[in-house]
Ligand binder design. Structure first.
Ligand code: UDP
Length: 255
């Protein structure tokens, strides 16, 4: 890992040059941040779990015909991905009110939304990821109208697919965040694909029976049991082989 050239270091991941042109290695850290970097911490074993959870979900999305940047997992903390040009827009899909929408519209947390709501945020740490509209995206040239159409339709398909998948393991998909990138093929044709990661860092997942939070809100709100919650999500997804347990320090629950 240290031999590779570092391309970018974010809050939860590091990107390294990949083994072939057009590829990158995504390294998952245990670092966690919340509230626009105001709260920082370490969730032991999170990187290992998110690497696996994201691998699993991206693979399932590919099987469902939803294009994404994932190629294959390399080891406990790294995965090979296709190099894309990241669209500087975070797409959030909400099914149940939680987090910022509760404050913005004075809605009680847990209120089911009349229908799934898609929101766009401008990816900027400096500005604290402000909520934006399609008008901002096109006027400032962050994405073209057909690219927004692709991001919107992919987000809604992903919401349907993941809502069903999580419901099958007793979890409600309350909301989640997606990032997209432009993938250029050998003929310089471009298509919009899902990038970044899909994990409990960027999703709200509540237990169907108890409404217990199984995601980063445990960290945001100091609820404790953060790594156990991530581990439980992985366990329910059936992706926690016993042989890998020793790498996840500080966690004890086994299948
Ligand atoms: N989210 C994210 N990264 C961000 C902002 C939000 O992954 O920079 C996810 C968050 O985990 C939640 C959803 O997007 O699942 C909606 O987040 P919200 O707008 O409610 O903001 P928050 O309350 O998380 O600050």
């Amino acid at each position: 890992m240290t031999r590779r050239r570092k391309i970018y270091e974010g809050k939860a991941k590091v990107l390294f040059e990949g083994p072939e042109p057009g590829t990158l290695v995504q390294y998952f850290k245990d670092d966690a941040t919340a509230f626009n970097n105001e709260k920082k911490g370490v969730i032991t074993g999170k990187g290992v779990l998110n690497n696996r959870i994201s691998e699993y979900l991206m693979t399932r999305l590919s099987e469902a015909g939803i294009p994404n940047h994932f190629v294959r997992r390399l080891n406990m903390r790294e995965q090979l991905v296709r190099e894309v040009e990241i669209v500087p827009v975070e797409v959030v899909v909400r099914n149940i009110a939680a987090g910022s929408i509760c404050k913005r519209f004075n809605i009680e947390e847990g209120t089911p939304l009349p229908r799934s709501i898609v929101e766009y945020y401008y990816k900027s740490d400096e500005l604290g990821d402000p909520l934006i509209s399609e008008e901002h995206i096109t006027a400032f040239g962050w994405a073209a109208p057909p690219e927004i159409d692709d991001m919107l339709s992919l987000s809604l398909r992903i919401n349907d697919f993941l809502s069903g998948l999580f419901l099958g393991i007793g979890l409600k998909l309350v909301d989640f965040k997606l990032e997209f990138g432009r993938l250029y093929d050998e003929n310089d044709q471009m298509r919009i694909v899902v990038a970044d990661e899909i994990s409990p860092d960027g999703c709200r997942l509540w237990d169907v029976e108890t409404n217990e939070k199984m995601d980063k809100d445990r960290f945001r709100r100091d609820l404790g049991g953060v790594e156990e919650a991530y581990q439980e999500v992985a366990r329910r997804l059936g992706i926690l082989p016993e042989s890998d347990q020793q790498d996840i320090k500080g966690t004890t629950t086994l299948q």
